[in-house]
Design a protein around this ligand. Structure first.
Ligand code: GUN
Ligand code: ZN
Length: 458
């Protein structure tokens, strides 16, 4: 689809590298018909629009209020099918939570009307919260999984859509019939995405063994083979909960560790996203690093299900690639802004025992939610920051209506209280700690407007 060439004018903020927030108070982007950033100017103050050749008639979008452009969030782990249960987890821990809350809900996705209702809502909601890319787990059902891919494609959300594989230790009413049927159904979902998006430009399939306990050796090996023959990426859970790890030890006596289970199946590759990684040993982290597999850190879920506190600083120091995941509905929120906050606070809990240097800064947590996530999904050349040649996956963040500013008063910022005199770093920190989706005025994916708030027309 060809878009209208657009020039975006206003402050912008993005993460240059871990802990390095790049703030530009007077920025300008030219976004071309393919939704790519064609040029960036860092000093628009008081200057007329530059007469870039071919851009004279471009549409102009300005930030009207106090605010800034920020890269779209990348949720590296979210269960779209569990969205109705977000915020509902009682006192459970992982294994009983799966049986009590999760499997009964997921099994109901044989009902396509229900699937359509829920999937439309989760995609709309996450877009409104600034999530431009999501790694989704669907359910075992082919038709409903394909529907989720269709919805992402038509609403314009960049997505990885996974049909969940689970051929054992699951309820009779909700599991794959056999290894063969699991592979056949996974292939059917890959073929469907190929039909709607042949180059996986916006939507991509992702091979999804649920986790080692619900997959036989044979199923894991067959999924590993499918991963290698198709080149389609993979996602799964790892080392989330101590009872789960003990179960893996009993189920896979030949494997030295949880990580080895996936490695032996050929699943530990640069295109594998491992969610949680709370209790990994040093040897496991080294193996993951050597295989260049990626980590999705899910702090809200790890706290909600009392799984544990993942040591993100250690993983980063050891050179692992880490992004953030909401893990709805182990996680209570579909907001990546809230997840960013959770990542900071969980790191502060770790710091209480492991030392202050383990704390994540606001900039570091935002890096994990954007550039880090882009690396986790293998799209670091296209998304996660603002560079010429990258896609315009962006959100317009606003602090208020600008009325106070016009009257010469301190800025009346509403939800995020700006009093004037804060540095840009302080304003961004206020957004992270006190903001929510009411600050997300507009969202674009590949240059296409995919969400705008109320009557706001950028
Ligand atoms: N492990 C296996 N399945 C799941 C799931 O649905 N959510 C979480 N958090 N962990 C899992
Ligand atoms: Zn999960």
């Amino acid at each position: 689809m060809s878009l209208e060439k657009t020039i975006y004018i206003g402050p912008f903020v993005h993460c240059e590298s871990l802990n390095e927030l790049d703030v530009c108070p007077n920025g300008m982007f030219g976004v071309d018909e393919d939704g790519k950033i064609a040029f960036i100017s860092r000093d628009m103050k008081g200057r007329p629009l530059p007469a870039h050749q071919g851009w004279e008639n471009a549409k102009v979008v300005r930030i009207q209020d106090y605010g800034f452009f920020f890269p779209g969030f990348i949720d590296t782990h979210i269960h779209a099918s569990q969205y109705p249960n977000a915020g509902v987890f009682g006192k459970s821990t992982l294994l009983d939570w799966l049986n009590t809350y999760t499997f009964p809900l997921e099994s109901s996705f044989t009902d396509l009307d229900k699937a359509a209702r829920i999937y439309n809502r989760v995609v709309a909601r996450t877009l409104s919260q600034g999530t431009t890319t999501a790694c989704y787990y669907a359910t075992v059902h082919v038709a409903a999984t394909n529907l989720l891919a269709d919805i992402c494609q038509s609403r314009g959300q960049r997505a990885f859509v996974g049909r969940v594989c689970m051929d054992r230790l699951s309820p009779d009413y909700y599991q794959d019939e056999s290894v063969e049927s699991a592979i056949r159904d996974s292939q059917a979902c890959i073929d469907h995405v190929k039909k709607i998006d042949p180059y996986f430009d916006l939507v991509s399939p992702i091979i999804t063994p649920r986790f080692a306990p619900s997959c036989s050796d044979e199923a894991l090996a067959a999924l590993g083979k499918l991963h290698h023959t198709t080149g389609v990426p993979c996602q799964t859970h790892i080392s989330e909960n101590k009872a789960e790890i003990q179960l893996v030890r009993e189920l896979f006596p030949k494997s030295q560790s949880y990580t080895h289970v996936y490695d032996r199946a050929g699943l530990l590759t640069p295109k594998m996203i491992l969610a949680h990684a709370v209790h990994l040993t040093k040897e496991e982290r080294t193996l993951i690093k050597n295989r260049q597999a990626k980590i999705s850190h899910c702090p809200a879920s790890n706290t909600a299900l009392t799984s544990g506190t993942a040591k993100v600083r250690t993983m980063l120091d050891e050179g692992l690639t880490v992004g953030l995941g909401t893990d709805v509905s182990g996680g209570y929120t579909s907001s990546m802004l809230a997840e960013t906050r959770e990542a900071i606070f969980v790191s502060r809990h770790v710091a209480m025992t492991d030392g202050d240097e383990t704390k994540l800064s606001v900039a570091e947590a935002l890096y994990l939610a954007t550039r880090g996530g882009a690396k986790v999904v293998g799209l670091e050349d296209r998304i996660g920051g603002f560079e010429v040649g990258m896609d315009w996956d962006a959100q317009m963040i606003s602090f208020g209506d600008g009325v106070g500013d016009k009257l010469g008063l301190d800025q009346s910022a509403g939800l995020v209280e700006i009093f004037g005199g804060e540095s840009w770093e302080d304003k961004v920190a206020k957004w992270v700690y006190t903001g929510d989706d009411r600050n997300t005025k507009a969202v674009w994916v590949k240059g296409r407007l995919v969400h705008s708030q109320g009557n706001f027309k950028p």
